[in-house]
Ligand binder design. Structure first.
Ligand code: UDP
Length: 407
């Protein structure tokens, strides 16, 4: 496991010194993260590295996961889709199940952090225990909140306003709330298995294992199989482009324990791909970090054709590997890609196909976009910046009401 000092060559000594200074003011504070899955999806991906690094810095940090049955996660996935703007309705039984599961967790879990750091809607109701146990409460939302369904938003808002502070990933998600809202973008860990440099032999062996031809261009989208990642749209893009340029498509991703829709989406995508030998649909088990790293590194172009996106860690991951990325201009993605500078932003299948043709025909342009993209990620979206933001947030909570916090 890399230590905090291993990041110094990437971000500079000053950044590490500042992290140590901030952490030295938080040694008597405990922070407990709670979310709804330990594997799959961006939240788990970040916590897996964030928690050990905060601990190493001397902050008493822990991470727990709520329990819920299959039905509960069906309801929370519906909620997730509704917050992303999909029209859905909830029965009273579904609402009751959501409330009861949160109550059950708040009874059974040891809610011990001085700072309770709750991620996303699934465990949002734990805050109801606040009246009994006190503590400071942060609600961190990782999803695209630009067009939430009004009913679902009103339902969640009652919980959100019981927190001390809410955290969103992008300015476009700011809402009308009685509590302060803080903007903190997610991040990637440049030294994790997902993002570290890989020898060519490792990349080649992954391609061989999946029988992908390393001598023809590879276009990749890494994502859970989720409608909001638009895997079917990706296939349509590929089919348009392949008429003109020989290339292969890799759609790779596994599931998440809090996402019950994955198998259905995968089956639909399989049907559309219809055994095309140039389309590789890879269902990856949890922990396939080296495989994902290798697939991203082997790609000529990386796509992220999401219809909604809280941030899109996969975009940062690909840019960090200096890849040209074509991604939808939704949610947190435009924070990462300045169009035609650090990647290409698109809005439609036709536009994405046009951009893909352009990049496959002009690799030098892609190299330039990739190089700019990597620098943008280095400056803004590495885990060291994220650690700093979180520690500043903790300090602001510990010094609530003070105009100035002296370090
Ligand atoms: N990921 C993974 N395995 C998969 C699919 C995705 O490890 O099968 C990772 C991916 O590399 C990224 C994260 O999960 O780090 C997905 O985060 P993102 O913000 O892109 O989307 P989310 O799944 O949170 O909507």
């Amino acid at each position: 496991m890399p230590t905090i000092y291993d990041y110094e060559p990437i971000v500079g000594k000053d950044v590490i010194n500042e992290l140590e200074l901030l952490a030295s003011k938080l040694t008597n504070v405990s922070v407990q993260h709670i979310n709804s899955t330990s594997v799959g999806g961006g939240v788990a991906e970040i916590l897996m590295r964030m928690v050990p690094l905060l601990k190493e810095l001397g902050i008493n940090t822990s991470w727990d996961v709520i329990k819920g049955g299959e039905k509960f996660f069906e309801v929370t996935k519906k909620m997730h889709n509704a917050l992303h703007g999909q029209k859905v309705s909830f029965s009273q039984d579904e609402i009751d199940l959501f409330i009861q599961t949160n109550e059950m967790n708040s009874r059974e879990m040891d809610l011990r952090g001085d700072i309770m750091f709750i991620h996303d809607p699934q465990p949002i109701g734990l805050v109801s225990k606040r009246e009994l146990i006190g503590h400071k409460w942060i609600w961190r939302c990782h999803i695209d909140f630009s067009h939430p369904d009004p009913f679902t938003w009103d339902f969640l808002k009652k919980y959100i306003e019981k927190y001390d502070v809410s955290v969103f990933s992008a300015p476009a998600f700011a809402r009308d709330l009685k509590i302060p809202q803080v903007l903190i973008s997610p991040s990637i860990d440049p030294l994790s298995d997902k993002n570290k440099d890989l020898p060519k032999e490792v990349i080649d062996s992954v391609l061989d294992r999946f029988k992908i031809d390393k001598n023809r261009p590879i276009v990749t989208q890494i994502s859970r199989f989720d409608y909001l990642k638009d895997p079917k749209g990706v296939i349509q893009v590929f089919q348009k482009v392949r008429k003109y340029i020989d290339c292969q498509l890799v759609l790779a991703g596994g599931g998440a324990t809090d996402d019950p829709e994955g198998a259905k989406v995968f089956a639909e995508v399989q049907e559309i791909a219809a055994n095309d030998p140039d389309i590789f649909l890879l269902l990856l088990p949890p922990g396939s970090d080296i495989e994902i790293n290798a697939l991203q590194r082997a790609s000529s172009v990386v796509l992220q054709k999401s219809l909604r996106e809280g941030f899109g860690l996969t975009v940062a991951e690909a840019l960090w590997k200096s890849k040209p990325v074509i991604a939808s201009a939704v949610g947190g993605i435009p924070l990462q890609i300045a169009n035609k500078y650090s990647g290409l932003l698109t809005h439609t299948i036709e536009g994405t196909a046009f951009a893909l043709k352009q990049l496959l025909q002009n690799p030098a342009y892609g190299l330039k976009l990739g190089a700019n993209g990597k620098e943008h990620i280095r400056k803004n979206f590495l885990i060291t910046r994220h650690l700093r933001d979180y520690m500043l947030l903790f300090l602001s909570l510990e010094h609530k009401g003070d105009d100035v916090v002296f370090l």
